[in-house]
Design a protein around this ligand. Sequence first.
Ligand code: SF4
Length: 385
Amino acid sequence: MTAGIYVQVPFCQTKCTYCNFHTGVFSHDLYAPYANAVVREVADYPRLLRENKIQEIPDALVDTAYVGGGTPSLLDPNALRAILDAIRARFQHKLVEVTLEADPETITPEKAAAWLEAGFDRISMGAQSFHDNELKAAGRMHRREDIFNAIRILRASGFQKISADLIAGLPHQTDATWNDSVAELLALRPEHISIYLMEIDEGSRLGLEVLNNGTKYSASALPTDDAMAGFYERAGAHLAAAGYTHYEISNWALPGFESLHNLKYWRREPYFGLGAGAHSFNGAQRWANAHDPAAYETTIAQGRFAVEQLQTVTREQALEEELFLGLRQLAGIDLAEIETRYGANLGPRVEELRAQGLLEWHGGLLRLAPGRLTVSNEVFVNLLE
Ligand code: SF4
């Protein structure tokens, strides 16, 4: 069985206004000790699993690795290399995709060369918008020119797998600026594109401002939900016309460039998460490391596992995951196979939602109706009721 490895790097240069991830702005002096802790966690991994009664996956072959965050491209390339070396030394592996998340302004020719040399073959870059006023309002460090520079550097270094994202729904975004951002990104022809719908989390600075009807962080300049849904739909049409396949709610790829690592999440395949706040799944149990980097490092330094939550997935939860993760994929799910595996009868509920135009049959598989992808969460809630 194959498995993925995810490494979380929780450091950022600034906190984006809309972000509610467990990431923060820390002194650069903390970067190296953190990377060392991840290396130690990797080295101790099998023992840590055993001591915590977490089932190992015998003969698991690690074929994807993904270093995300946060902004892992802030780390010294030697530290990133040490983490990959530790993974290659500890796990049986045949790596076919090794991704590093990078913010455009952190990408230099020296770093790009070192990343390739270390074994990264895919860069996932947070472009988000090609309009400086939108980037500035969101608290991003990079500007439009940085995106062009970054792609130039990555291509010149030899990266052949580049993913870039846009966010639909940033403050100040209009039909015209959105169309422009999509066109600019398509002209750069990354192999993979993610389009995220802006989520206003109440725990973010922007979210709090929206709750209080304030104007800070350009809260009053947020596009409406309808406008945002229109952005998403239009982007999808442009991407399809440009040859990109829509394979997951937020993700498009040129043929053969789907994210193999992220597919594991939606297919409920195993992955091991390393670093503060990283999540893991072995097919039967889910667990997560401590979110606080200092607590994580202290625990690892003591030779203990930094696990904060450990849960055995019940049959009912597994069925729910099959549905809401599986249906994120545009190809759809084999409902009959899932019903047989879980002894479930979902037919009547599915038929109701199909009659409401929320789900549809396509080539024998059940999938979200293409026009309802922007309300996928509501469809999932309805289906799981
Ligand atoms: S760079 Fe990403 S993780 Fe860091 S604050 Fe911004 S959105 Fe959050």
